[in-house]
Design a protein around this ligand. Structure first.
Ligand SMILES: N[C@@H](CCC(=O)N[C@@H](CS)C(=O)NCC(=O)O)C(=O)O
Length: 223
């Protein structure tokens, strides 16, 4: 059967980055449809886009007419349809622990730094850029401390043991995002080890925010 994938994405979005990695890992050819989160007040807010993604967020994947949002749901769907390489461990406890890492990033770290949250702080609550950045850095740092603690119990070569899992697809984009907000890996040796191992894989590099079709020229190629 002919497989068609259209990915609504934004180069810098860590949630889009997760899905791009999954598509590359599974060798699935896809067309990227950039959604500029800032231009014109944000293309994610148009009624056309919201009819695909009611939350007005990226990513959205359209696969042979099937529309899906939420990066975790998208990756799970892809993994069930295209099991090579398998991203979820089979044993229930292992699977739950992998998911625990993903959920910590997805619900515990990512939403705090989301663009709309930042915009609300500055435009509605008149928080200065400086205070906003301090606030973001604090919560990201807290989240990264927990992530480091989680990974010290689970990591081998990868985030969970010595086999690549969906947890690595969440850790790597979070590292990219944390660095953007000034949280480096200096004090997070396990996260750093896992990050460096995953970045040896082609799929992670091809999916990197700085090599996408909508990457601004001044950032292009800086992986
Ligand atoms: N839990 C969602 C989060 C998606 C999300 O928040 N995406 C961000 C970019 S990383 C977004 O589109 N933000 C738009 C905005 O804040 O206006 C997922 O995993 O897909």
């Amino acid at each position: 059967m002919n497989q068609e994938f259209l990915l609504y994405t934004y180069f810098r979005s860590s949630t889009s980055y997760r899905v791009r990695i999954a598509l590359h890992l599974k060798g699935l050819k896809f067309t990227s449809k950039p959604v500029h989160l800032l231009e014109g007040g944000g293309q994610q807010h148009t009624p056309e886009y919201r009819s695909l993604n009611p939350a007005g967020e990226v990513p959205t994947l359209v696969h042979n007419g099937n529309i899906l949002s939420q990066s975790f749901a998208i990756i799970e769907y892809l993994d069930e349809l295209f099991p090579e390489p398998k991203l979820f461990p089979a044993a229930p406890y292992d699977k739950a622990r992998v998911r625990q890492i993903c959920e910590h990033i997805n619900c515990g770290i990512h939403p705090i730094a989301n663009l709309k949250v930042q915009q609300y702080l500055t435009t509605q609550l008149s928080v200065s850029e400086e205070v906003k950045n301090q606030w973001l850095k604090h919560w990201i740092q807290e989240g990264m401390i927990t992530l480091e603690n989680l990974l010290t119990k689970t990591a081998g070569e990868f985030a969970f043991g010595d086999t690549l899992t969906v947890a690595d697809l969440f850790v790597v984009p979070q590292v990219f995002s944390s660095k953007r907000f000034g949280v480096t890996l200096e004090n997070f040796k396990t996260i750093q080890k896992v990050y460096e191992r995953a970045m040896k894989l082609d799929a992670f590099n091809k999916a990197h925010p700085h090599v996408q079709q909508d990457t601004p020229p001044e950032l292009f190629g800086k992986v």
